[in-house]
Design a protein around this ligand. Structure first.
Ligand SMILES: [Zn+2]
Length: 561
């Protein structure tokens, strides 16, 4: 009857017991308190994962025993709470406007979503819904004329990928059999620019700590209990980025609050019980006990969140990885010293410089700094320079190669953050992005270039099916695995190299992550000017076209195989 379950968040089977009910075998020797939900006489034990802190019911009773005591249609209170439900719905829709201007497809999942759907429909959304309760579905269909309302558990409904602009998980995530799986499914059906809303009781709140097992949030129907920390971890591993959260005020009738009071404090209830027979009982009361979490989230830019989740369960490899910094240099004598001085030597094992036949004293300066130097006999271009860099880094046994431009434009002090996802096994390449958080404009990038960059990036994302914010960063870390699985030696000797190596990696299912960086300054002299930029743009377009031909099997390019 009872099923033993592992932690839904981290997979561990290592927990401490928080509360137990009196009844059943589990209560033997229990020093626990009685739980609020006394109607169901099944033993329940609530535990906290020692590894990640997630609180959950373990072992778990069968699902049909977990009837909810949330507001139901049968009890009549569903209708009495209409005003409160509408008030709450309006508040959510209003807040949503801060993140999402367009109102297109919306999916509401949870208990009593009918009122929410009706409010959303009135404000212009195309509403879809999934509702567990059959009578509620029938009622909402009849009363509000809602067509797209499906009865049953959300997990069983099938929606197309990238379909919804907004998904609402109202009072439901704590009831789900497998919240992690459900959130991954939600990520699949949410559009890249979509927004997820969810709310749940906060077991870390003051009132929960005070009332312990008597806190209203503890009930049989809740099989998961989140804290702001475990919820944000859950969103993180399922591929969401948390945008805003706030304590959630609940809106119910005075009658409802009085009934709650009756349970918690009978004496206090007796004083106020006369209100129940007056008109005041039907008035709505907004109460914020600061014990709920409400979160708005969007899809993260990560490409491969699933593998990343698996990595969470694997202990980080203890063996230290060899980090080699490569400096593709061309006339960098003036800035080389400052760049090298800022490289954090405690995380970097070796620094190599490849000189692309500079006309200044770059080679001399590099030797003085004690770097390993490789010299091109003639000027061969930026891509060719990187080829030598990565080839030499691999020969030196690098596990990670970090490219830093020696023109002092990028800040090498960020290297630890840049290589962290690779060290943790969460990514195969990490790019410092100047386009996240407006870093480029603050760094002095001309606006035309900034906008052209955004346009080109959008095109690249569409063509390659990725969410990168920048394809032209000169500050990148590649794992040896990445460099060994792509034929970078076949790439262009010019600037297009940077794009080609990304396309190759994506075709090999490499995981690319970005971290935001700022540039110190934007030196036009060392960067490409307008007309060469235009040629560069066309070069990228042709690379994208080649990618499409290769991807759809029209023409196989050796470079991408
Ligand atoms: Zn855990």
């Amino acid at each position: 009857m009872l099923t033993k379950i592992n932690c839904n968040l981290c997979g561990a089977d290592n927990y401490e017991v928080l509360f137990k009910t009196y009844s059943g075998d589990l209560s033997v020797g229990a020093d626990s308190l009685e739980m609020t939900d006394r109607s169901i006489n099944i033993p329940v034990r609530i535990v906290r994962c020692r590894k990640c802190g997630l609180v959950y019911t373990n072992p778990r009773p069968p699902f049909d025993c977990l009837a909810s005591d949330d507001v139901t249609l049968e009890s009549g209170s569903y209708l009495e709470e209409e005003r409160g439900a509408r008030f709450g719905a309006k508040a959510i829709l209003k807040k949503l406007k801060e993140f999402k201007k367009a109102q297109e497809k919306l999916l509401a999942i949870g208990f009593g979503v009918g009122f929410f759907m009706d409010e959303a429909k009135r404000s212009g959304w195309e509403v879809h819904g999934v509702e567990f309760s059959k009578p509620v579905v029938a009622f909402a269909k009849e009363r509000f004329g809602l067509e797209n309302l499906i009865e049953g558990p959300f997990e069983h409904s099938i929606f197309p990928g990238n379909y919804f602009d907004f998904i609402l998980l109202k009072d439901i995530v704590d009831h789900l059999e497998d919240p992690k799986k459900a959130l991954i499914e939600i990520r699949r059906i949410l559009r890249p620019s979509g927004v997820l809303y969810l709310n749940t009781p906060n077991i870390d709140s003051t009132i929960s700590r005070l009332l312990k097992a008597r806190w209203w949030g503890i009930k049989h129907a809740h099989i998961f209990y989140f804290t702001p920390r475990t919820l944000s971890k859950m969103l993180d591993v399922t591929g969401f980025v948390h945008m805003a959260s706030r304590p959630y005020a609940r809106v119910y009738s005075v009658k409802y609050w009085l009934e709650k009071m009756e349970f918690y404090n009978r004496d206090l209830f007796r004083v106020f019980s006369f209100l129940k027979r007056t008109k005041i009982a039907l008035k709505t009361l907004r109460v914020n006990l600061w014990d709920r979490i409400e979160v708005f989230a969007r899809k993260s830019r990560r490409l491969e969140y699933l593998e990343e989740m698996e990595c969470l369960n694997v202990a980080v490899e203890k063996k230290r990885m060899k980090v080699v910094v490569v400096l593709p240099a061309y006339n960098a004598a003036r800035t080389l010293g400052r760049t090298v001085a800022d490289i954090p030597k405690d995380v970097v094992d070796e620094i190599i410089l490849v000189d692309d036949h500079s006309s200044d004293d770059t080679v001399l300066a590099a030797h003085k700094l004690g770097l390993k130097v490789y010299v091109h006999e003639k000027n061969r271009g930026y891509g060719a320079n990187q080829k030598t860099c990565y080839k030499k880094a691999l020969e030196l046994g690098a596990d990670i190669a970090v490219m830093v431009h020696p023109d002092y434009q990028y800040d090498p002090r960020v290297i630890p953050e840049l290589i962290e996802p690779i060290l943790k096994g969460q990514a195969d390449a990490v790019f410092g992005s100047r386009m996240m958080k407006r870093g480029a404009l603050e760094g002095g990038m001309p606006i035309w270039k900034h906008n052209a960059n955004i346009l080109l990036t959008a095109l690249e994302n569409v063509a390659l099916g990725t969410y990168l914010t920048e394809y032209h960063s000169g500050f990148r870390a590649y794992s040896a695995k990445y460099l060994k699985s792509v034929s970078f030696m076949l790439d262009s000797d010019g600037f297009i190299f940077d794009t080609e190596i990304i396309v190759q990696g994506l075709l090999k299912n490499m995981r690319i992550e970005e971290v935001p960086i700022r540039t110190r300054y934007f030196d036009e002299a060392s960067m490409i000017k307008f007309w060469p930029s235009v040629c560069y743009g066309f070069g990228i377009l042709s690379t994208l076209a080649k990618h499409c031909l290769h991807y759809y099997g029209v023409w196989r390019f050796k470079q991408f195989s």
